[in-house]
Ligand binder design. Structure first.
Ligand code: HEC
Ligand SMILES: [Cu+2]
Length: 314
């Protein structure tokens, strides 16, 4: 099964922070199934044994011994499971070496902002698509802009809540290049289910190229349509959205500087095609009801110009 299908993505582990948790999960499932089967067999034995017997009751002593054996075995199994769980918690608590890279991820109703290079001139912000280099532990600092959300990339690590006013930390590491789906796992309102993201693990060179491209400001619009579209954008969109290198500097919505570089838009809701983009702008409230982006009515001309401008945000 391909790793990225919805059915498979939580059944695979792709990094050292996730693997011990996956093995733990399967082990506990196997233990529970085993206990159920054994109890079932004992129960059946008891039921049929009674039927065959001619009115004898189990002796007091035999009953006591069975209770004792059951108690001792259950206690030992539960204790072993507890020790194993605590051991796994300790193993995944911190990476084998200090993470060289820190990404700040802020959860919003209902999307994710990822900030890179904080405190450096190379800093930039992107949304719903988090790139990391393979084979490197990456520290993720988790914040929330509004309510409690939870950051979860099942193939890479366990879940961690994002709590307003607090910074939570989590580390992720991918063994090989790939796209690993993530999802908010703390109910946070109407569009909680449409609050997905992707972690894209790349070879160090590809990652460096991506980083350099993201750190650049947007290219200036070169055609008449695109230039007019930029005016439309500044007037209608810049209150919420930013495009670095332009006058648009809104902070409460995804940074759109390199919008075209993303595979999906609206937190995993739509694939990023020019058609879906215009559909989203006109009907955000139909596609993602109650999302914090309103439906935006544009004249056909403005719409065409805006599309030409958005097509330059590569
Ligand atoms: C009132 C604030 C607001 C205005 C005005 C606004 N947006 Fe948005 N926009 C948002 C929010 C919030 C989101 C994130 C929605 C979500 O995914 O839940 C968003 C998402 C988007 C996305 C998807 C980005 C991504 O990477 O997922 C695009 C594209 C977009 N807006 C384009 C526009 C354009 C173009 C305009 C102007 C015509 C505009 N928006 C006006 C708030 C706004
Ligand atoms: Cu959420």
């Amino acid at each position: 099964m391909p790793e990225n299908t919805p059915l498979a993505y939580f059944l695979h582990s792709a990094g050292p922070a996730a693997r011990p948790v996956l093995v733990l999960g399967w082990s506990l499932a196997a233990l529970c199934v085993g206990v159920c089967v054994i109890v079932g067999i004992l129960l059946m034995t008891a039921v049929f044994h009674r039927r065959g017997a001619t009115g004898h009751r189990m002796t007091e002593r035999g009953g006591g011994r069975a209770v004792l054996a059951g108690t001792v075995i259950s206690t030992m199994l539960l204790l072993a499971a507890l020790i194993y769980m605590l051991w796994v918690l300790a193993v995944v608590a911190s990476p084998s070496r200090e993470p060289a890279l820190t990404i700040t991820v802020t959860a919003y109703d209902w999307w994710w902002k990822a900030d890179y290079g904080e405190g450096s001139p190379q800093r930039f912000s992107t949304a719903n698509e988090i790139h990391i280099p393979v084979g490197e532990p990456v520290l993720v600092e988790l914040k929330s802009a509004d309510v409690i959300h939870a950051f979860w990339v099942p193939s890479l690590a366990g879940k961690t809540q994002t709590i307003p006013g607090q910074v939570n930390r989590q580390w992720i590491e991918a063994d090989k290049p790939g796209v690993y789906r993530g999802q908010c796992t703390q109910y946070c309102g109407a569009q909680h289910a449409h609050m997905a993201f992707e972690v894209v693990a790349q070879n160090p060179q590809d990652y460096a190229n991506w980083y350099d491209a993201q750190a650049r400001p947007a290219t200036l619009p070169a055609t008449v349509d695109a230039t007019r579209g930029q005016h439309v954008f500044v007037e209608r969109c810049a209150g919420c959205h930013a495009v670095r290198g332009s006058n648009a500097a809104g902070v409460q919505a995804p940074d759109l500087t390199h919008l075209l570089a993303r595979r999906l838009i609206a937190a995993g809701t739509l694939t990023n095609t020019p058609q879906n983009m215009m559909e989203w702008i006109a009907h955000a409230q139909e596609i993602k009801p109650q999302s914090l982006m309103p439906d935006i009515k544009l004249s056909p001309n403005d719409s065409r110009d805006l599309a030409a401008y958005l097509a330059t945000l590569n």
